[in-house]
Write a protein that binds this ligand. Sequence first.
Ligand code: FA5
Length: 350
Amino acid sequence: MESKITSLRAKFEEELSKIDNLGELESIRVSYLGKKGSVTDLLKGMRELSNDEKKAFGQKVNELKSSVAERIAQKTQELKELEVQREIDSMPEFDISMPASLERGSYHPITLVQRECERIFKSMGFTVEDYSEVVTDYECFESLNIPKHHPARDMQDTYYLENGQLLKSQTSAAQNAIYKKYKDALINDGVPIKAIFPGRCFRNEATDNCHENTFFQMEGVMVDKNTSISNLIYFMKTMLSEVFQKDIKVRLRPGFFPFVEPGFELDISCLICGGEGCPSCKHSGWLELCPCGMIHPEVLKAGGIDPDEYTGYAFGLGLTRLAMMKYGIADIRDLNSGNLKSMSQFTDDE
Ligand code: FA5
């Protein structure tokens, strides 16, 4: 009986060595370990053996069974690796010196101005924050001193989800979270809060040359002891002269937003018509670009900051409109058009 085991093992090894694909390996597995396989057959011949012989022989057959199973598992792995190698070898050779036939992509004009603004504000010590597009009513309105039924909500009708959340209508929706994130460093270590947060905004809007239902803003806040409107004007002027690399005519006029006091509208002279009046500026010669103001005490309080000790300013730059002015795009709707022909003419130096 022992010689049967030895010769079966030798036969198995010989057959195994000739196999070079997984299909053949499966046939071998069945022919040795299957219900009617050779190893199973060995056990059937045990009927004629004495009890002691049965025990010793049974043990040997089981050893053979597990070593056959182990060898098959090893071979499976080897054959799988071989198959991957064969597939790689069959691939056409790749010539890295061949010129690329694909056209190079380009950045969207809004991405370009956003990066430019981020670079400028970072150089003035601001951090750049990321914030979600879906926010709560508290974040977008209540924390900004706009309670339910306040008329200021009418100008920012947006898209509501069934769970009560909404697509943010203004990047100001991130203010509360930013104050809470940095207030400890401000209060305990005297580190001023200086943050910008660019983001996509949504409004239920009748679109025209300068209004879209989906557009980008970039919010900025600074909170410290003794901040003033002069700080705000300085940062705005620096940003605009850096972005446009020339002097831009601006005007500051009073503006009402429940989350700032006092509040201003910062307009720039329309660069599409040179201030003469055109559809891009609603024929006024001016484009509303960046409302701003001193943060309302109630908004600081909601962010966990004591308004008797700290003051701050906030602004909400219209990034999409800034891209229009920088690149001379007369109709804001072109920016969401997906028209590669017009969008790919803008490049950056990267
Ligand atoms: C706001 O959204 C305020 N959150 C801005 C703010 C922040 C004020 C901080 C004070 C302090 P407003 O709705 O005016 O304000 O929008 C701000 C800017 O976003 C506008 O000046 C304009 O440049 C841009 N904007 C607004 N609506 C649209 C629109 N439908 N399409 C394109 N740009 C828009």
